[in-house]
Unconditional design. Structure first.
Length: 180
């Protein structure tokens, strides 16, 4: 079993319990937690709540990186809250705590977070870490960015694209088992 590895999960704050996106995030958080991963996310609602709920139900650690300017409180499934002053400080903390990333469906905030990861890796400011992204939602953008990198003489960034909880968890397990 994997121990002491943190997966930061980015996604939308809008899905509610019963929504397909919420239930997918819940199952993902639970399955990652069952396999020894800790969960880190933005700490608020939607997919953030769902992944933390799933992970906490199986005894996995949950970390929420919140930002004071949003004037919200962390969801009840967050065990450790780290409150940041600004959105950019929050993004930096979400990235720096992670051993790997999952990028679920989301809006401009999720796009900003995904772009930050790709750019930091692209500029060698962040060691390459495993990234899994929603296949349906992020494939086109991921391919565009990797095509652009190729055009500019850079290596493509390895992103595992999937819409299957078991595949995503297996991807992280395999990655970290090979790193031993």
């Amino acid at each position: 079993m994997i121990k002491n590895k943190v997966i930061t999960i980015f996604g939308s704050s809008f899905p509610k319990p019963g929504d397909e996106e919420y239930e997918f995030a819940y199952k993902l958080g639970k399955k990652l937690g069952e396999n020894g991963f800790s969960i880190c996310n933005g700490g608020f609602y939607g997919t953030m709540e769902a992944t933390a709920k799933g992970a906490s139900e199986v005894g996995a650690k949950t970390i929420g990186i919140t930002v004071g300017s949003f004037d919200l409180i962390a969801n009840k499934f967050i065990q450790e809250e780290i409150r940041c002053k600004t959105l950019f400080e929050r993004i930096e903390k979400l990235i720096s705590l992670a051993d790997g990333f999952v990028v679920l469906k989301g809006g401009t905030g999720t796009l900003l977070e995904y772009s930050a990861i790709l750019e930091l890796i692209n500029k060698n400011l962040l060691d390459a870490k495993p990234i899994a992204a929603d296949k349906e939602f992020w494939t086109h953008l991921t391919n565009l960015m990797n095509d652009r990198n190729s055009y500019e003489g850079r290596k493509p960034i390895n992103v595992f694209l999937s819409n299957d909880v078991d595949e995503i968890v297996s991807y992280f397990k395999k990655y970290f088992e090979e790193m031993k």
